[in-house]
Design a protein around this ligand. Structure first.
Ligand code: PEP
Ligand code: MG
Length: 830
């Protein structure tokens, strides 16, 4: 039986036509598929050849498939979709120029009686006649006149934006061209490109001052040329300086946007220390792709299309994330990646490899991706040459899905400084500190979890540097100061000498502090402050001890849950928790229950698409709703606490009821263990993190319900200041030394002490030695931090008098800004 495909610019219209046509042939088995709109939430109107192809595949039958389209680019998309089919399939698919609604109804009815493909098409074509006969006036002539009037169109345009038709402008140019039905070409000198192909347009290498000729043929040609002209005139929406005289030599290609004249980049200090080394762009390696001959070419093609689709959704998610961080220009890069994957010329070439040469999809795809990357590399423009990486990145993303392999590994052979757009905690977790000497990222904030890990590993890091990182070449010498947030590009001999000297001094200081790190931290007037480590797993426990940790003040258990296909079992968790406890001897260990969500999503525990994940379903909120995940963890912690000094801590607490609900589950877990005769600690201490302003506000009430508090300044700061901890744009605002945050700390400490419980701090502020006098002055009983900070913080404590610390705290609380507090504290050191 013939099947029907309905193609429309609007998914609503396509679905509506399907509904109507199915109603008309209710009892029939005619299969109808739709390809409506495009997957772009902001501009959903349009057509997509891939979707049309998928719709054809969905209902494909050797009896035939009739494709009905609405207008304009729907025809082009349908034609392109035919290209994706094998020759045998193509012979059984017919594009039918019948009117969409009437045609679809007539076609379904005709198909339902078993008519041939030609008969179904003829019936659809004649579908208007009934309506025409019924109308008193004949319908006005067809649109042929319009088509005649449109004609061809051409414009000579001068590229005016500073960096020329580089990735983002090329992406906008191609996206605009794709909105039109007309065939559009763009010429520069002797080279001509399909204006709808990102790779062809970008590899023209058009730079500021170049002239391009845009020609269009088809019904909407004039409109297409006018819109492309407007885009070029508007410098692609980039706010840039006026057109300057064309620079004659390729060597004088524009400098990177954020590199200052002295070759210095600035960002956010994220992990202290000085590093010098060659730059290496962070790129995960993939397994080798083997070339094979295949029989089922259609299956290969389908697999490729599915992989492209998955890569596209990843890119969309990335783009949304970066846009939400306020970096529109950076987000546009992902648009360019998405267009690369959709490039009709690229897809056509891959299709030919698969169907004509019978190559496996992975080999065909890789071959073409590498060819395109080579074309980019041949451009006489540093910036555009570097775009070859975008092509490879986008291409690898597809390969990863095609080969069904994880995110891939990253291996360094020589020590280097890693450059990346952004790093997830799992990316950073796999770094070997012996080889990764430093980290620079375009995005991110100082308390993002990857920055926290960098500090834990003692790797100097500068984050939030911006797009300038993209212009750095592989192997270029870099030096970075993670304390000040500065990166030197190709530093001269004097700068290098100076930095090496400072690094030696810093290492000497660290070494000295470390030599005394095993001794306790007691103030001059005799108060002992417990200094503990924040850890994420078993291996961190040994490092913590090495740095003089007196316990674990925060065990971030979520790292056990990352990078895997399913949550760890109770047994597996028990092994890890008791392994850490055994390693730490009788020292206290605070195990925090799962704190996923925010910047730590878990692929197998989707929390859904959230507008504001940091304000969403994370931490304890998530666990209380998912006892299937929470109970095994509670049981594992209770069991590990047997004969060990283990305490339990709940994250993201906002209300009393949350604590009570968690305690009720804990009681259930105890009852189960008792029943099962498994040993556990019935008296386990239970504490909470204070990291939500609501918790500070009711800290006196919360203190009645728990055994201790630990202040999480990373989250507390972002919520108090309403400034995302991972957003470089608002990093200045998200500063834990702001008096607004410090006053919250003061209020929490007072409430805890009045209720007779102890209070610690495990946010990153606890490891900032500059702030140590202030924190002791505020009355904190325990400080927990990345292990490498322990020796220095202990040293500062040993030099303190409590009374003097209280005066420092009182003065800091009265300052007017975070910067004022910082300057004040620095003054104390001078
Ligand atoms: C905090 O928010 O300060 C904290 C320690 O928890 P995390 O950084 O894991 O969110
Ligand atoms: Mg937190």
């Amino acid at each position: 039986m013939v099947s029907i495909v309905i193609v429309s610019h609007s998914s609503g219209l396509a679905e509506g036509v399907r509904e109507l046509a199915s109603q008309m042939a209710q009892e029939s088995d005619v299969r109808i598929a739709v390809a409506g709109g495009v997957d772009d939430a902001e501009n959903p109107i349009g057509t997509d050849a891939l979707k049309v192809h998928q719709a054809i595949e969905e209902v494909y039958s050797d009896d035939g498939v009739l494709v009905l389209m609405d207008l304009g680019s729907a025809l082009l998309s349908a034609e392109m979709a035919l290209e994706f089919l094998s020759e045998e399939q193509r012979a059984n698919v017919k594009l039918c120029p019948a009117p969409l609604v009437e045609g679809a109804v007539a076609a379904v009815v005709q198909a339902s009686v078993g008519a041939s493909l030609d008969q179904v098409c003829a019936e659809a074509m004649g579908a208007m006649s009934a309506k025409q006969q019924q109308m008193p006036e004949p319908i006005v002539e067809t649109a042929d006149n319009d088509q005649m009037a449109a004609g061809d169109s051409e414009a000579r345009l001068t590229i005016r934006n500073r960096l020329g038709l580089h990735a983002r402008p090329a992406a906008r140019f191609v996206a605009t061209a794709n909105r039109f039905e007309a065939a559009i070409t763009v010429r520069k000198d002797q080279r001509s490109a399909n204006a709808k192909s990102i790779n062809q347009v970008a590899t023209l290498g058009a730079r500021q001052g170049d002239e391009i000729v845009v020609s269009a043929a088809g019904p909407d040609a004039a409109d297409a040329v006018a819109q492309l002209e407007a885009l070029v005139e508007d410098k692609f929406g980039e706010e840039e300086q006026e057109l300057e005289a064309r620079q004659p030599e390729p060597e004088s290609a524009p400098t990177a946007p954020d590199v200052t004249e002295a070759g210095v980049l600035t960002g956010i200090p994220a992990s202290p220390g000085i590093a010098i080394g060659p730059a290496v762009h962070y790129r995960q390696q993939l397994p080798e792709v083997h070339t094979r001959q295949v029989n089922d070419t259609s299956a290969e093609w389908q697999a490729l299309l599915a992989a492209i689709k998955e890569a596209q959704s990843e890119l969309q998610a990335l783009q949304e994330r970066v846009t939400s961080l306020g970096d529109k220009a950076e987000a546009d890069i992902f648009d360019a990646h998405a267009l690369i994957l959709d490039d009709p010329d690229l897809l056509d070439a891959v299709r030919r490899h698969i169907f004509e040469e019978k190559l496996n999809a992975a080999a065909a795809w890789q071959q073409e991706i590498e060819d395109v990357a080579r074309e980019y590399r041949a451009i006489e423009d540093d910036y555009m040459r570097a775009r070859a990486d975008d092509v490879l990145d986008a291409g690898r993303r597809v390969l990863r899905h095609l080969l069904d392999v994880g995110p891939g590994t990253f291996e360094l052979e020589e020590p280097a400084i890693i450059l990346a757009a952004d790093l997830t905690p799992s990316d950073t977790a796999q770094f070997d500190p012996e080889l990764v000497k430093g980290i620079c990222t375009e995005l991110g904030g100082a308390t993002s979890h990857s920055a926290i890990l960098a500090r834990a590993y003692g790797i100097p890091a500068v984050v939030g540097i911006g797009q300038a990182l993209q212009t750095l070449s592989e192997g270029q010498t870099l030096a970075l100061d993670g304390q000040k947030g500065i990166v030197w590009v190709d530093p001269d001999a004097d700068t290098l000498g100076d930095l090496q000297e400072r690094r030696a001094e810093w290492e000497e200081r660290e070494e000295k502090a470390r030599a005394e790190s095993q001794a306790p931290a007691v103030t001059r007037d005799g108060q002992r402050i417990e200094v503990a480590a924040n850890i994420g797993g078993r291996r961190d426990a040994d490092v913590a001890l090495d740095y003089g940790a007196e316990g674990v003040g925060l065990f971030r258990t979520e790292f056990l849950f990352l990078d895997r296909e399913e949550p760890p079992s109770e047994e597996e968790q028990f092994e890890v928790y008791s392994g850490v406890a055994a390693a730490m001897g009788q020292r206290p260990i605070i195990i925090r229950t799962l704190d996923v969500g925010g910047d730590k999503p878990l692929p197998y525990l989707p929390t859904g698409q959230e507008e504001n994940p940091f304000l969403g379903w994370r931490g304890l909120r998530f666990c209380l709703d998912r006892p299937d995940i929470f109970m095994p963890q509670l049981r594992a912690i209770l069991r590990a606490a047997h004969e060990h000094n283990v305490k339990l801590m709940l994250p993201m607490v906002s209300t009393l009821q949350e604590i009570r609900a968690a305690r009720a589950l804990l009681d259930d877990a105890k009852a189960q263990l008792r029943e099962e005769d498994l040993p556990f600690d019935a008296e386990i201490a239970v504490g909470i993190m204070i990291e939500v302003p609501a918790a500070v506000s009711i800290s006196d009430q919360l203190a009645q319900e728990v055994d201790f508090f630990s202040i999480g300044t990373n989250d507390l700061t972002q919520y108090v200041m309403a400034a995302d901890r991972g957003n470089a744009q608002v990093a200045e605002l998200a500063h834990a030394l702001h008096p607004a945050v410090l006053r919250m700390v003061q209020q929490t400490v007072q409430a805890a002490h009045e209720a007779g419980i102890w209070v610690g701090m495990c946010g990153e502020l606890a490891g900032n030695a500059l702030a140590t006098p202030l924190l002791i002055g505020l009355g904190l009983d325990e400080l927990s931090m990345s292990a490498p900070s322990i020796p220095t913080v202990k040293k500062v404590i040993r030099n303190l008098e409590r009374e003097q610390a209280r005066e420092i705290a009182a003065a800091a609380l009265k300052k007017e800004s975070a910067a004022d507090v910082e300057v004040y504290l620095q003054g104390l050191h001078a």
